[in-house]
Design a protein around this ligand. Sequence first.
Ligand code: C5P
Length: 125
Amino acid sequence: MVAAAIIVDGRLLLAQRTRPPELAGLWELPGGKAEAGETAEDALRRELREELGIEVSGGDRIGDDVPLPDGRVLRAYRVELVSGTPVALDHADLRWVDGRELGEIDLVGNDRGWVPDLRLHLNGW
Ligand code: C5P
């Protein structure tokens, strides 16, 4: 599983989940599942095109691996916004947060451990 840290002008893009019910309303780094044969960058480019209508590139790791209960691993990558303006095509809402706001917003549990690493790249903390 791959998740994207998109940082523009010292703010991180967060997306609000609509499902499943226990995660609806919580915020996450957008992303999804890498298909067989896809690199992490390929998967992020496809997922962010589908979910946000944007083109991204790059893919340096940020933060630690998060083991998921089903045995898969969730990894975050820093990507650059190449073109487009993010639109919530598959989420309830989107927000750009600075370092202080990142500490206050309700993140999905899996993403919380990334906050200290993410903050190093954000303004306002
Ligand atoms: O988005 P999707 O429903 O495909 O996510 C599948 C799984 O990945 C969910 O269990 C979700 O909690 C997890 N996930 C996460 N943090 C992210 C992206 C996905 O915990 N940033």
